[in-house]
Design a protein around this ligand. Structure first.
Ligand code: SF4
Length: 253
């Protein structure tokens, strides 16, 4: 499965979204147009109000037949409505780790802009990482890449992805792209009403770096304002993923 596929099911793998808690605090320039804030404001909700969702126990909930609602071999995208390493969720996270440890038959992935908190958030039996957990590090510009990536590649994690989104400028990632450390890099533009531009030349440049390093690469969405050949295109939300896919530049490893 493409690492950045939307929720969908196919014969081999089903993918799910699992949001154990909702709400977040903005921590960096990439958060400026956070879609959680945008959606919450449409419903007069305060995104800084952090709460456990009613789906908190989703990984271990069973249906009437006694089977898990999330079947074996599924892929679970976690924390799309927050950051998994949010301090305000410290009291709740251990229960989620326990569910993840129990569901070794399922892969879980989360993205974070708070990688400096990971070590203090790990369960006691983490060792050098759970095999079924992918940690994705979000980076949006060079300063933040150079701040977060040295921490990331030295943490005990079995499977690491880099998520360059929203991509706000050209990035030099080469020195961090060690094949045994980073599985894949995903790139995406910003999806928002006042989105910042994503330049296709930056996307291709990162792709080249991944190709040389033998690391997977996925262009998962164009963003709302996409620059190509000196022209800026406004791309509707529902077309951003299909347009990125159409570029045909992914590298599966
Ligand atoms: S860390 Fe993520 S979820 Fe939290 S405010 Fe920033 S973009 Fe939104």
């Amino acid at each position: 499965m493409n690492l950045f596929d939307e929720v969908e099911s196919n014969i081999e793998t089903k993918s799910f979204r699992y949001n154990p808690w909702h709400g977040c605090f903005k921590v960096s320039v990439g958060c400026k147009n956070c879609f959680i804030y945008t959606i919450d404001s449409m419903h007069q909700k305060d995104s800084k109000n952090i709460y456990k969702t009613k789906n908190f126990y989703l990984p271990i909930i069973k249906n009437r037949s006694g089977n898990y609602k999330i079947p074996s071999n599924s892929f679970v995208w976690m924390c799309f409505s927050s950051d998994f390493l949010l301090k305000e969720a410290d009291l709740w996270r251990n229960e989620v780790w326990e569910m993840i440890a129990k569901r070794k038959d399922v892969e879980f992935a989360f993205f974070t802009k708070r990688i400096e908190r990971l070590e203090s958030c790990l369960p006691d039996d983490w060792g050098d990482g759970y095999k079924n957990v992918i940690v994705g590090l979000s980076v949006e510009n060079q300063v933040l890449a150079d701040k977060r990536l040295p921490i990331f590649i030295n943490l005990p994690i079995k499977r690491r992805w880099i998520i360059a989104a929203p991509l706000l400028e050209a990035l030099k990632l080469e020195k961090y792209l060690q094949r045994n450390k980073i599985e894949a890099v995903g790139v995406g533009g910003e999806r928002a009403l006042n989105a910042r531009i994503c330049d296709y030349s930056w996307v291709l440049d990162i792709r080249g770096q991944c190709e040389r390093a033998g690391v997977g690469f996925y262009f998962h969405q164009t963003g709302s304002r996409f620059k190509k050949d000196n022209k800026i295109y406004k791309i509707k939300n529902y077309l951003q993923q299909s347009q990125a896919k159409k570029a045909g530049i992914d590298i599966e490893i």
